[in-house]
Design a protein around this ligand. Structure first.
Ligand code: PRX
Length: 651
């Protein structure tokens, strides 16, 4: 949802209320509103003690912690003095409880191949690969860059890093060589893990080729492990590149998990900010681990027999928290699917749900909008009666899409958990608890226990009910980011400087008279395309790196399928504003950043609207891109005639 977008109005009129189904509540862990409120109050009274009790009993401790929380704003340390290991909590803990034969992963590749691993088998793979990493010289604290398709070995790679205290940086396999190189350099990554390719819509994504180009530009990476997935020919550089299967052949499966400090970095994950450089969001071990485990259990009301499917890729935070660390710590049986939702046909997701009798489906509004567009006939072909709970994440869900999801996919019987959170928050912050909290289409409802949000104005004062304002968090929580990799000043500036003593989420929100939260979109210039954050400045920098471009501005415009589409305004240095230049610029952005960031609209103009201090007024360009009349304050605009010019240029 864009700032001031019309969708905000339609959300405001939403009055439908869906109480938890009685049958669902009866079996749920948290059964009614009173139980939720009791838990939330208990956490609010003493958050540190609340989390300490949970962490003590639900994680394995090689050494117990002595202090639950040391808070020196903006730096939090949770479970200080303790030693644990996230890979141990995800694997060994279950083996010790006699649950080694339980299914951990059911995976289906896009071509239809299948892998099933029990917790014991996953443990063995992880131990072997952890030994491989050690044999390649990786030690506790080293950064390992992972650029892989969604295959079980991706999970193995992540957990193997965690096992030896190495830090993983997973980069979504849709990013370009430039983007991989930039992230590798920023992280000072030592090792790259990739695959020959991955399957997407029947075609091979040539991942190794992209990595070869990236490694030329990120010399900090000395070695590269390549998984054979698609069998396409790749070049292997002697002394640098190794085949996964060859290294695994000789690896021992004996690899005890290394006890690491609670605050040992578990991973960094790059996300877009409002300035050009992507931010390496840093998460640590114990706090993150307990937060994703507990929130997974609460929000998905996880039961022993469930088959759980989160459709996110591990290249995003949702994959880290609710494909890998949360569910596996909780001993869940997870489904993974490698490919596209419309391959070989538009019913692939529903076929998978029917085949594997999936009980919980967690997906993104952008996917739901695509399914609606593809037509109900694809859904109706399949038996979806195994589903008992649905979830969404990544952006706001339009109430009508919510209703479709509820009726067509959930058969009217499944609660929907609309989960609000961020890469930075580590785990879900606000969401219905499905057995306890009535849902309203389009609202993420109430904060989870231990989370105390507020909505404030630019002075930091709380705003009245139903008024939009900045969403902030007033207390630290265990899953919170511990900083931006290598940039403490930016961390403080971005999240802790605007509202005193509060974490600034960067979203606008309002709270209704029932205390329900409604997210209204980002307050900065970050776009949300298909549930993924893209920075306008990165796209602009990519455009300006083309020789024909003098200046560029990128904005989002509402898009039925993607949430936001990328619209760019380009001032040329040379050349003619032709269709062929447009397609060249599209390709250029694709190469520099990746397909996600490829502009949908390119408009050439003679100049851009700017403030007196020279800042591009993207707010005005957003109106133009959306075809709206310009609203709001234009008093800081340097040259008002430019707007008329840009509009004129469109006609
Ligand atoms: O604007 C919010 C939107 O996605 C942003 C976080 O993006 P990212 O760090 O990429 O993480 C996405 C997956 C957790 C938020 O600041 N967002 C996420 N979930 C929702 C949402 N907006 C509305 N409703 C949601 N449920």
């Amino acid at each position: 949802m864009g700032e001031g977008g019309s969708q905000i109005d339609s959300v405001m009129q939403e009055t439908r209320l869906f109480p938890p189904p009685g049958e669902f509540s009866k079996h749920a862990k948290i059964k009614n509103l009173a139980e939720y409120q009791e838990l939330w109050e208990r956490a609010r009274r003493n958050p540190a003690e609340f989390w300490a009790d949970i962490a003590r009993s639900e994680l394995h401790w090689f050494e117990p912690f002595t202090t639950a929380l040391v808070w020196r704003e903006p730096n939090a340390e949770w479970f200080v003095g303790g030693k644990t290991n996230a890979s141990y909590n995800c694997l060994d803990a279950h083996l010790l409880q006699g649950r080694g034969d339980r299914t951990a992963i059911i995976w289906e590749g896009e071509p239809g191949d299948e892998v099933r691993w029990t917790y014991r088998q996953l443990h063995e793979q992880v131990c072997k690969f952890a030994n491989v990493l050690t044999s390649l010289g990786i030690e506790c604290g080293d950064v390992v860059s992972i650029y892989m398709p969604l295959v079980p070995e991706l999970v193995v790679a992540m957990l193997a890093c965690a096992r030896i205290g190495a830090v993983h940086s997973v980069i979504f396999a849709g990013f370009s060589a430039e983007a991989v190189a930039e992230r590798n350099r920023d992280a000072d990554a030592k090792l790259q893990i990739t695959a020959d390719g991955g399957w997407r819509r029947g075609k091979v994504l040539p991942l190794k080729g992209t990595v070869d180009e990236a490694l030329d530009k990120s010399p900090c990476v000395q070695k590269c492990v390549v998984l054979k997935r698609t069998n396409n020919p790749v070049s292997m550089r002697a002394g640098r590149d190794y085949w996964w299967h060859e290294l695994m052949e000789d690896a021992s499966h004996d690899c005890p998990a290394l006890p690491v400090d609670s605050e040992n970095t578990l991973f960094i994950l790059y996300t877009s900010g409002s300035t050009g450089k992507p931010k390496g969001i840093r998460h640590t071990t114990a706090g993150y681990n307990i937060y994703v485990k507990k929130t997974f259990e609460w929000v998905f009301d996880h039961r022993e027999e469930d088959i759980y499917w989160c459709t996110a890729d591990c290249g995003w935070i949702t994959g880290h928290s609710y494909v890998v660390y949360g569910p596996l710590s909780a001993g869940a049986q997870i489904l993974l699917y490698e490919g596209a939702p419309n391959h070989p046909a538009e019913d692939r997701f529903w076929a998978l749900i029917e085949k594997y009798r999936v009980n919980i489906l967690y997906t993104a509004p952008t996917a739901i909008r695509a399914f609606i567009k593809w037509g109900d006939e694809h859904v109706e072909k399949h038996d979806l009666s195994s589903l008992r709970l649905l979830g969404t994440v990544g952006e706001g869900i339009n109430p009508e899409a919510w209703m479709w999801y509820h009726e067509k996919i959930g058969g009217g019987r499944c609660p929907i958990v609309d989960t609000w959170w961020q890469t930075e928050t580590g785990g879900i912050m606000m969401s219905p608890l499905p057995g306890a909290i009535a849902t309203k289409p389009g609202s993420c409802t109430l904060p989870l226990p231990g989370i105390v949000p507020a909505i404030v104005d630019e002075q930091g004062s709380p705003v009245p009910e139903n008024h939009g304002g900045w969403l902030v968090m007033t207390h630290p929580w265990p899953g919170m980011l511990r900083g931006i990799w290598g940039d403490d000043a930016r961390y403080r500036e971005q999240y802790w400087s605007k509202v005193p003593h509060c974490y600034l989420a960067g979203d606008n929100a309002r709270r209704d008279p029932d205390g329900y939260y409604w997210i209204m979109g980002r307050i900065d210039d970050v776009l949300n395309v298909s549930g993924h954050r893209l920075s306008t400045i990165e796209i602009e920098s990519a455009l300006v790196s083309h020789p024909a471009v003098a200046e560029a501005a990128a904005v989002g415009r509402p898009d039925e399928l993607k949430g936001e589409a990328v619209a760019v305004f380009v001032v040329l240095r040379s050349g003619e504003p032709t269709e062929s230049l447009k397609s060249e610029l599209r390709q250029h952005v694709r190469k520099e950043i990746g397909a996600l960031a490829q502009p949908d609209d390119i408009r050439f103009t003679n100049s851009l609207p700017k403030t007196r201090s020279g800042k591009i007024m993207r707010r005005l360009l957003r109106d133009i891109a959306a075809g709206r009349a310009t609203v709001g304050d234009t008093s800081t605009l340097e040259d008002y005639t430019i707007l008329a010019q840009i509009r004129g240029d469109q006609e």
